[in-house]
Unconditional design. Structure first.
Length: 279
């Protein structure tokens, strides 16, 4: 009886490690966590390579149904279950919670790591060890416009560190009205773009006026990291109001004021590519 939490990496079905693939092939049930991130391929591609039927684990299953899955596993000693996670298992607190729940039920848990946006962001040329606290930027609404990320960015930049901004993903979300009425009617999936992130960042700067950054601050936008059509572009923050990054997933880097010479060269390289594509 083992509960495996397996990282799939960032791109497609082939990014799973050899170790992870061997484990999946021998598991009785295989779940794919499908709300903290997305892969660039449909689950059928995974099923074809892995040789196993894959059960999609949406937000409700991860937050509410996981207890039933683990309780059933705890009563079946001969059973093995794989829980697949895009990226690395521990880049979302959801998965630490799942691990703890399994352990509390006496289930053996094994982890298989993989690449995540946290380390792959080095593709921007910004040195990974020069990043400060990672922040998340949620979609603003008419009634909810949180600026809690602002002070974290400011602190990072005061220490001469870059900031990785993880952009909001809305998958299988319900409106407040449908939640109150108990209706399981879901909104279409939404994925924040670099453009939307910048609009919200500049709004936060205008409202707080804490001088954490400005329209001229150097930034790097990335899209579909690990996919075959990965895109990296650099420019001043305001440039990203007009830079088209294409389909999701997007992430955004707010650079430190002073760049290492190699970082500066990489910034210029991606900036030149941005200008060429805009011509």
């Amino acid at each position: 009886m083992v509960f495996y939490i397996i990282g799939l990496g960032l791109g497609d079905e082939k990014d799973i490690s050899v170790k992870g693939l061997e484990i999946v092939k021998k598991c009785d049930e295989v779940y794919l966590e499908h709300y903290t991130s997305i892969l660039g391929v449909q689950k059928e591609k995974l099923e074809e390579l892995y040789g196993r039927q894959i059960i999609m684990a949406d937000r409700e299953m991860c937050e509410e149904g996981i207890d039933t899955i683990l309780e059933n596993l705890s009563k079946t000693p001969e059973k093995n279950v794989a829980f697949l996670v895009v990226g690395d298992p521990f880049c979302a607190t959801t998965h630490s919670d799942v691990q703890l729940r399994a352990i509390q039920l006496g289930i053996k848990v094994e982890i298989v790591h993989n690449a995540s946006i946290i380390n792959a962001i080095g593709c921007t040329g910004m040195q990974v060890y020069r990043f400060g606290e990672t922040i998340s930027i949620p979609f603003f609404t008419e009634k909810w416009r949180p600026y809690s990320f602002y002070e974290k960015i400011k602190k990072n930049r005061e220490m001469g560190l870059h900031t990785l901004c993880l952009l909001d993903i809305k998958v299988k979300e319900r409106t407040d009205e449908n939640i109150l009425k108990g209706k399981k009617i879901y909104e279409p999936p939404r994925f924040m773009s670099c453009k939307t992130a910048v609009e919200q960042l500049l709004e936060a700067e205008e409202k707080i006026a804490g001088k954490a950054f400005s329209k001229e601050t150097k930034c790097v936008g990335v899209a579909r990291v690990g996919f075959s059509d990965q895109l990296i572009r650099s420019g001043q923050m305001s440039d990203f109001l007009n830079i088209e990054m294409g389909p999701p997933l997007h992430s955004f880097v707010i650079c430190a004021d002073e760049l290492h010479p190699i970082e500066e060269d990489m910034y210029k390289f991606y900036n030149q590519n941005s200008q060429k594509k805009d011509e």
